[in-house]
Write a protein of this length. Sequence first.
Length: 448
Amino acid sequence: MELIVRNATLVTPTETFRADLAVARGIIQAIGTPGSIEHAEAEKAEQIDGEGCYLLPGAIDVHTHFQLPMGDTVSADDFYSGTVAAAAGGVTTVIDFATHGPHETVKEAIEARRLEADGKAVLDYSFHAGITRADEATLAEIQTLPIPSLKLFMAYAMRLEDDDFLRILETAKAAGALAGVHAENGLLVDALRERFIKEGKTEPLYHYLSRPALVEAEAVSRALRLARLAEAPLYVFHLASGEALDEIAHARRQGHRIFAETCPHYLLHTADRYREPGGERFILSPPMKEESDRQRLWQGLANREIDVVATDHCPFMRAEKAGPFHQVPNGMGGTEVLLPLLYSEGVAKNRLTLNRLVEVLAANPARIFGLPGKGNLAPGMDADFLLLDPRGKKTITAAEQFSRCDYSPYEGWSLEGAIRMVFSGGRVLFREGRFVGDQRGRFLPRTR
Ligand code: URP
Ligand code: ZN
């Protein structure tokens, strides 16, 4: 054995128990009651005392945008700073995006993204393929991609019309790939934006008012119906409103295979942020909604209508988050505080059980996105885990974050719980808040 974690409280989606856990060659070899791991095997191993801490599977953030070009800028974190920030918060796998440009094949886009990530990422990573057109060549490519999850847009310039959306869903289904959707009615957003700009209404609040809940709910409802027509499963990225969640809950009750993701900011902030000074810092799409939406999302998370919490990590520097709303680059950071916030605001406030936290941050993302070695703690699984001390406390400040962004949407928030150590493939990435890892993150082709 190379590593043994002793006396921790191990948490899976279904169980919580005191255990020792042993690792060799990056894989969990054994889990047993405290003291049960053989002495002869234990002698050469690094011993970690997990007394008083929870031992959790590493979180899988299935929604990051490292080094994403937007307008004339690029998101603040590259694959090095972004994955260090992710690891600081107990994330051990990320799924980012490779979206093909107008003159690029999907495979070329994936290769280009791999060149940006390989040798930089400090933890294992993969991509979703962003699909922006439904020509014959692209449909043919979808059938042989090494990454069986897609992202389709109903908003932005790269949005798909319904007929193309349907063709891609049918192709994805035949290929065993899962399509995901950014669901906002893009035509309606553009019309509302233009109206506000013409009227000189360009404060941050008008970003929100140009993308109200019904814009999301209508697009979700249409996407669900298109998925029904194609008899295909569908993953809804970054769900922001109760109205859209109701659509999903209804489709699921009818037996359709629909997966829903929300993000920490929809659980923890509301559109009130856009009414306050500095509201530009919170401009992202879909925007946060009202308090009733926030409550409905927490409810959906607890009652299993929502499957995954991921971050949509896409920060821009404070100086870039300025000006009229339509010129502010969309996105905010979050991967570094995903698990700490969900523990502190969710588990410590009795909104979620710890087992449910493991389910939505690790087990469900692994199952939905075809990562069989990830997302749980059991012999044979990758040794990706963290020690969380529930007695610890922390205050979030931009000055101390590992992300290169110079502000945090959670500045000054107090957290219950502190992450003591983070491991990827049995190697220590973080020890007491210090990065001690290396850039050996692997690209993960995924199973269909
Ligand atoms: O506003 C957001 N979500 N920015 C990131 C890029 C995207 O739209 O997914
Ligand atoms: Zn996104």
